[in-house]
Design a protein around this ligand. Structure first.
Ligand code: XMP
Length: 514
């Protein structure tokens, strides 16, 4: 992996905010990367950071299994900033003392700045900050000077001028600390001497050059799903190597209405990419016949996809590389510090491709967050419709049709789903909602239309907001919008006579119904 000349390295001690620190720093165009707190000194050095941040974390420094970094990092001649647990580590390491606070501080606190220089340059007087800690520093180490306090934390911030080490008891990375951005900017620019060189157009340029070099004259294959990540990855790689890239797009018959045609039109016709369209809906449908168990459905859909992709790849015996749209949070999730030992979790990869494929991977977004991938997509001219797409699961409508999946039921749900999307878009809400969709239930209910008694299917509307899909809240869609959707589905989709609204959050519900 290339080293970014101006970068801030973050060591993760398990705080829920660690990724946020990296995002904040990248927002002012300085590259920032996270390593687990167990990183060796050599790993840390290999990143050539201009500054190091020790994140917060749930532990107490005096706990038996408290995570500790390689303290050699303090001798690298690089400025260090400890946040919350990070500050307590500094305190303990340099001989100060941390005590359990009599008043635990969670939430907003009024900070008094006692020394408006360095980290607090251009700030002064008072500032609102976000505290989230049980312990506090009651004696700073020798050589460290308190530079700010709150009512409950006499040493809310300190520094050691000679060592160039800072500590903050509060979280500068969250929006509830309005001056936090200035503090992080001061750390990155003034203290660490970074230049704002991390921009999306620089990234695109250097990535194109890197991909060209990596691939040489080889052929590359990409499983295109039509989602944001794989689409932008394919376009970027295409820009680098043109027709050496072949995209494989599998129609599993479980896509949204008109989606297969749209993907082909966009990538093959509009973007001029080499695209294999494997139109295999029948094959999926045959294998799904009679299956109602959710996990079994997922497995079948995944396995058939892999068989098809494998067969397409095998047709090209000169393919050496596979493009994947893996994002930074997936990478972090799999290596980050979670509790007393590092947790290894399998990467989510496109369509669950097997690990033993003979290709080398091209993962241009391994260092990026989703909003950064969207920015690259814009830079590369990927249509807005694709960049702004809500997440759509790999098994598609197969896990939104409860009970058996048949071509007729897929068609029914496609119609209802299209209306949901149209209306949510018309209400201007599509891009602010994480996901909004319809689910087809395996029950029928009685209704009346005109003078006729009906006995038809029921669909459920689901709209959720989420930051990462791990937790979600149901969205309070306006009643008028719900009414429009319900009216249109019942009037326009023959075979559906009832629309319900899902008001479950995750947990305990999941976003998808299967
Ligand atoms: P759940 O239903 O677990 O979904 O709350 C969380 C998020 O993941 C998406 N999802 C999937 N995405 N392949 C995917 O690519 C899958 O098999 C899959 N299952 C769920 C879901 O849409 C939501 O955004």
């Amino acid at each position: 992996m290339a080293v970014h000349e101006d970068n801030i390295l973050i060591l993760d001690f398990g705080s829920q905010y660690t990724q946020l620190i990296a995002r904040r720093i990248r927002e002012f165009n300085v590259y920032s990367e996270i390593l687990p707190c167990t990183a060796t000194l050599d790993e840390i050095k290999s990143k050539q950071p201009k500054g190091i941040i020790l994140s917060g974390g749930p532990s107490s420094v005096y706990a038996k299994d408290a995570p500790k970094p390689d303290f050699g990092l303090f001798d690298l001649g690089v400025p260090v900033l400890g946040i919350c647990y990070g500050m307590q580590l500094i305190t303990d390491h340099f001989g100060g003392h941390v005590a359990a606070a009599t008043h635990r501080e969670f939430g907003r606190a009024e900070l008094t700045i006692d020394h408006a220089a360095g980290l607090f340059d251009t700030l002064g007087g008072h500032s609102t900050v976000w505290m989230s800690h049980g312990d506090r520093i009651d004696r700073q180490p020798e050589g460290f000077v308190p530079i700010a306090h709150t009512a409950n934390a006499p040493v809310a911030a300190f520094w050691n001028e000679q060592r160039r080490v800072w500590g903050l008891q509060f979280h500068p990375e969250v929006v509830h600390t309005p001056d936090g951005t200035t503090m992080l900017e001061n750390f990155a620019f003034t203290i660490s001497g970074c230049k704002p060189s991390w921009t999306m157009s620089n990234f695109v340029e250097s990535e194109i050059a890197r991909i060209r070099e990596q691939v040489g004259a080889s052929q590359v294959i990409c499983a295109l799903s039509g989602g944001v990540d794989s689409s932008v990855a394919a376009v970027l790689v295409h820009k680098a190597i043109g027709d050496q890239l072949t995209c494989v797009f599998v129609n599993n018959g479980l896509l949204r209405k008109g989606e297969a045609e749209k993907v082909v039109a966009t990538f093959r016709d509009h973007m001029g990419m080499k695209l294999v369209f494997a139109d295999e809906a029948d094959r999926f449908m045959k294998r799904l016949a009679g299956v109602t168990d959710p996990e079994q459905k997922r497995k079948i859909i995944g396995n058939v996809f892999i068989d098809i992709f494998d067969a397409e790849a095998a047709k090209r015996d000169d393919v050496d590389f596979l493009v994947q749209g893996t994002l930074y949070p997936d990478v972090i999730e799999s290596i980050s510090f979670k509790g007393p030992s590092a947790t290894i979790k399998t990467h989510h990869n496109v369509g669950g491709l097997p690990e033993d494929m003979k290709f080398s991977l091209i993962e241009p977004f391994r260092e990026l967050f989703k909003d950064e991938v969207r920015a690259i997509g814009r830079e590369l001219g990927v249509p807005h419709e694709i960049i702004s797409r809500q997440p759509f699961p790999g098994p598609g409508l197969g896990i939104r049709i409860l009970g058996e999946v048949t071509a007729e039921r897929v068609a029914l749900l496609q119609e209802a789903d299209a209306i949901v999307l149209e209306e949510v878009k018309a209400a201007g809400l599509y891009e602010s909602i994480w996901q909004s969709f319809a689910v087809l239930l395996p029950v029928k209910s009685v209704g009346v239309m005109g003078d006729e008694r009906t006995y038809e299917n029921a669909v459920v509307l689901r709209a959720v907001n989420s930051v990462d899909g791990m937790t979600a809240d149901w969205v309070h869609l306006p009643y008028d919008l719900l009414a429009n959707i319900s009216n249109r589905i019942i009037n326009e989709v023959r075979g559906i006579n009832r629309v319900c609204y899902d008001i479950s959050s995750k947990p305990p519900g999941t976003i998808e119904w299967e």
